[in-house]
Structure formats: structure tokens, C-alpha cells
Design a protein around this ligand. Structure first.
Ligand SMILES: [Zn+2]
Ligand SMILES: [Zn+2]
Length: 373
């Protein structure tokens, strides 16, 4: 038989775009699909013929060869068209999903052995706020939320006992199959959507939905060392699955409250401590808070500058991955006195004189003229 021109088969011009070609093939495939033309040899031939044309024209390289050398150029590359309809499905499985809203048996993700398999339920998100120290040392929290699960009365079957009948269209197989000589084509049943059964008496508690809203309580163990933005997965505590499929997962997103004493930096924490310039100059002892409502004494050496950090090893946050704890840093803020008694002022002026420093009021009388004491 003389091979027809591919452009002619799909009724598109030689300059047709990929989109035009896909659209044209879609229309042809719908028209000649075996489900719509049972036991029709002519339709089957047309179905294979337009699939062959689509295979070539939708592939840039093959199309170039065809445009330059015609059918002869392609047979030189070993292309020989489709032998049967199942070849078409296995080549264009995904396109049939696009076209018909379900997959074809030969294609990827095909309906396979009949009834639809169970689907996993959706995942759920829960936002949990922790105190600073709960995040540091870990905590167990009971959380409560709502989710959809299979109705316990009908076990997700959507119907009362005996309230289902076998689908007449597919005879309960969930697929519509047609034998056409040496091959057969099957697709998900359009009447029962692959279930194989039809509900005649819907379950009352769930109104035939097969699912009900449930109040759920789950205890979540928060490991020590978690931080803002950490996400914990609690397996299978999400929405109920359908048709015997597993539940979705519950994801707990953590937020951590600020601490009045500490700023967090990974597994280290920073505490800001104010000391006077005299303490900075002469050194001092400080009592600083630590995690867990404790305190620790630290020695501030003499001569520290503003922003100096003292390290208290191992008093930080437990490491989420790994062992041990981070450090506590005490960052010093040196404060200058704003109010002084006459005596204090005189002593500081004396100090300045001994050091040979020029100081404000009284140094040259300039400031005292402007700001009268
Ligand atoms: Zn029910
Ligand atoms: Zn059916």
C-alpha cells in the first residue's frame, strides 16, 4: 500500500507549528480511538496511521529527515510505523492521559489490573510555637487538629451495607476492554471511574463521601537543639488515604519565641551584659543568667573594650546533630555614667589631670560657658 503524506494525514500545512500538530493529532486520535469505534478495521488503520504521522512530525529531527527525504529517508533510519494499537499506547501513553483524563492500558501509569489502587492521603501542616528553652532542651507536646479519615461506619466504602451494585458498563472490572482480533484495548470505565461498583444507598453518617472530619490528638517529641524553621515529620498522621491507601504525613513547623536573656546563633547563645567604664577599666565579677534558669559567675578582666566577648564553654544549646553543647558568649556593653555627683566628677577630673588628658568643662572654659552647671 502506498504510504500517505504525513501532513496530509493530520490535515496540517507543511509549516504547521508543534502546537498545531499536537492539536490535529488529538482530534484525529479522538475520532478514530478504538473505544469509539469497536470492531472497525478502517478506524483502527486510521488510528495507527495518524499516530505514525504524529510520531514523526512531533519530533524535530525526524521531521527534518522526512521533510528532506520523505518516507524513504525514515525507513533508512529503521522506522517502520506501528504494528498494532498497543504500540500506539505504549509510545504515547502520556498524551492519552492528557486527551482523555485517564491513562491507556499500554501506556505508563496505565490502569493495569482493573480496580484503582488506594491513594495516599494529603499531608498536613501544623505550626507549633516553642519557648526558647523548650527548643533548647527538647519537649514533648500534645497537639490537636482536625483531619479527614475514612468513615468508620462504611469503612470508606461510601455506601450502606449492600448499598452498592456492580457497574453495568464494565461488569465490575473497572475497565472497559474491547477485543479486536489479536489485540485488546482497555481504558478506565467512564461510568464507575475505575471503581467497578456504583453506590445505590449512600452511607448516612458520611453522606456517601466515605470520609468524616476527625479531631485528632498527637504527642510530638521535639528533640533538643531545634531552631526556628525546623520541620518535623510525623508519619501517617495527615489526611486519611482513600481506597485503602496510607494516610498522609503531618508536618510540624516550629517557631521559637525570643528569650529575654539570650540571642541565638546556631548552637551558641549570646547574653549582653552592661558594665560601667570603671568596671571595664578595673575589671569586675558578673553574675550572668544561663539556660535552665540558672546563673554563673564570670570574671571580667581589667581593660576590656566595648563589645568584648567572654566565652563560657558548653553553656549553649545542645547540638541537634552531633554531641555536646554550644557556648554561651557574654558580650560586654560599656556604659559611660550620665549623672555624677560633685565628688565623682572631681575624682575623674583628677584622674584626667594625672593622665595629662584635656577634659570638657574646665579644660578651657569653653563648655562651661555654653552649659552652665
Ligand atoms: Zn460512611
Ligand atoms: Zn464501571
Amino acid at each position: 500500500m502506498e504510504k500517505r503524506d504525513y501532513y496530509e494525514i493530520l490535515a496540517v500545512s507543511r509549516g504547521a507549528s508543534d502546537q498545531d500538530i499536537k492539536r490535529a493529532y488529538r482530534a484525529m486520535a479522538m475520532k478514530y480511538h478504538p473505544d469509539r469505534n469497536p470492531n472497525n478495521k478502517e478506524a483502527e488503520d486510521k488510528f495507527k496511521e495518524c499516530a505514525e504521522a504524529y510520531e514523526i512530525l512531533s519530533d524535530g529531527d525526524k521531521r527534518k529527515v522526512y521533510d528532506a527525504y520523505g518516507h524513504a529517508g525514515l525507513s533508512g533510519q529503521g522506522f517502520s510505523g506501528f504494528n498494532d494499537v498497543n504500540d500506539v499506547f505504549s509510545s504515547f501513553g502520556s498524551i492519552f492521559e492528557d486527551f482523555f483524563g485517564f491513562s491507556s492500558p499500554g501506556g505508563q501509569g496505565g490502569a493495569g489490573g482493573g480496580k484503582r489502587r488506594g491513594r495516599k492521603g494529603n499531608d498536613l501542616r501544623y505550626d507549633l510555637v516553642l519557648d526558647f528553652e523548650e527548643a533548647a532542651f527538647g519537649v514533648e507536646k500534645e497537639i490537636e487538629y482536625e483531619r479527614d479519615v475514612a468513615c468508620s461506619t462504611c469503612k470508606g466504602e461510601r455506601a450502606e451495607a449492600g448499598g452498592k451494585k456492580t457497574c453495568g458498563t464494565c461488569g465490575g472490572r473497572g475497565q472497559v476492554a474491547r477485543s479486536q482480533g489479536f489485540f485488546s484495548v482497555a481504558t478506565a470505565c467512564p461510568t464507575c471511574h475505575g471503581e467497578g461498583e456504583i453506590v445505590t444507598a449512600p452511607c448516612k453518617p458520611c453522606k456517601g463521601k466515605g470520609r468524616v472530619r476527625e479531631q485528632k490528638k498527637v504527642s510530638v517529641k521535639i528533640p533538643p537543639g531545634v531552631d526556628q524553621g525546623v520541620r518535623l515529620r510525623v508519619g501517617e498522621e495527615g489526611q486519611g488515604g482513600a481506597g485503602g491507601g496510607p494516610n498522609g504525613d503531618l508536618y510540624v513547623f516550629l517557631q521559637v519565641k525570643e528569650s529575654p536573656h539570650f540571642e541565638r546563633d546556631g548552637s551558641d547563645i549570646v547574653h549582653y551584659a552592661a558594665i560601667s567604664m570603671i568596671q571595664a577599666a578595673l575589671g569586675t565579677k558578673l553574675t550572668v543568667p544561663t539556660l535552665g534558669n540558672n546563673t554563673v559567675e564570670v570574671e571580667v578582666p581589667s581593660g576590656v573594650q566595648f563589645g568584648h566577648r567572654l566565652t563560657i564553654a558548653g553553656e549553649g544549646i545542645p547540638k541537634l546533630r552531633g554531641v555536646g553543647r554550644g557556648d554561651l558568649w557574654v558580650e560586654l556593653k560599656v556604659e559611660v555614667p550620665t549623672k555624677m555627683t560633685k565628688e565623682q566628677r572631681e575624682l575623674l577630673q583628677q584622674f584626667a589631670e594625672i593622665s595629662g588628658e584635656k577634659v570638657g568643662a574646665g579644660a578651657n572654659g569653653f563648655f562651661s560657658k555654653i552649659f552652665k552647671d
